[in-house]
Design a protein around this ligand. Sequence first.
Ligand SMILES: Cc1cc2nc3c(=O)[nH]c(=O)nc-3n(C[C@H](O)[C@H](O)[C@H](O)COP(=O)(O)O)c2cc1C
Length: 393
Amino acid sequence: MAVDLKTTFCGLEFKNPMIVPAGVHGRSGEVIREISTYGPAAICTKTIVSQSAPDVLPCFSPVSAGMVNSVFGSDKTAEYWFNRGIAEAKEGESLVIANLAGFTPEEAGDLAEKAEKAGADMIMLPTHCPHMGEILAAMFPGMPNAEPKLTDLEPMKQSVARIKNKVKIPVVVKLSGTFLHIVKTWARGVKEAGADGIACSDALGPALSIDIYSGEPVLGGPRGVGGLTGPAIMPITLRMVLEAAMETDLPIIGVGGVQSAADMVQYFMAGATLVGVCTAGHLKGPKRYSKILYDLEQLLKELGVFSPSELRGKTLQRIKMREEAHRQAVTEKIVPEVFFDTCTGCGICERVCAYDAVKVVNKKAVMDNDRCIGCGLCVASCPERALSQVYYP
Ligand SMILES: Cc1cc2nc3c(=O)[nH]c(=O)nc-3n(C[C@H](O)[C@H](O)[C@H](O)COP(=O)(O)O)c2cc1C
């Protein structure tokens, strides 16, 4: 049986489970059309707003595991998107998701209505941006509500109600990375608001990078802070997806740090139906989308599944099994077993072991049972999967 990547989300058919969330590859209709040739099933516009503000500069910088950015919404007007941009994007091979935000719920409803009329297939509503508040306050002194309260779900709920009143296409709320400790509350709130799905998450932050030659914050703005994206955030955004999946039955788009097919698989297992790839496409170029999709097909074959849906929520089941087996706090160590046929003697296990419990002897890893504390680092670091340690059968 061949692998089938087709995925249904909120009643819409996606040719595969990859979307490109709002970012530079959603900056215009023309760009979306071009990026669609690299294979993603759907592409988001940059956030459409009624009044765009210029970005503070510099606005992008790489950091060791991703990037920081201080950009706002789309620099194109809402009229551009509704009169031309969405139509041009729709000439491509991907579905088009209108990511939009209103300064009031009424405005969000009006923008969504126009986006639907222009041909958008879905609406995505972002909730909070880590750097926006202080930059807006500096740019427009005295601006009311420049920094919305993280614990105030009302504006989101009212916006969703207003949008749902105006459009028939699915409405997905994108949780902010700044909700990392209150994901369950927000996921519940999104469900109560009547949205059709959750995207999780936007950038984390505020985050900072400093130029060591000048001491200057690398990004523009009052303190030079921005939103952190890319691999640095994935372990957190993945856990956020897991919690959203535990809390609601809404379908989820997992977003944050995806670089590879294996990263997509982790999001499916945590409960996501679709997965977003943004920074990887920005920093490594759009061919990365096609590569991840190609690799995903191969990886699913290797895992013995024929559709991403077979993996969905697998981790939720495993967590339940830990509870049922009373294995929530295992403390008896298991010393890894070495598969000598697979071990190449590369020495990574020896290097990462802080307990001197692994040595490479005659090009094979050898464990010291007394020194080993069973921490699992060598097992997880082995590129050949030549070490095994089964704590959860
Ligand atoms: C340069 C850049 C611009 C972004 N612009 C937006 C935006 O306009 N609206 C939005 O909701 N998210 C925006 N995001 C956040 C992404 O959509 C995504 O949620 C985040 O980058 C995490 O995914 P990643 O780690 O794959 O990049 C932006 C991210 C980047 C890197």
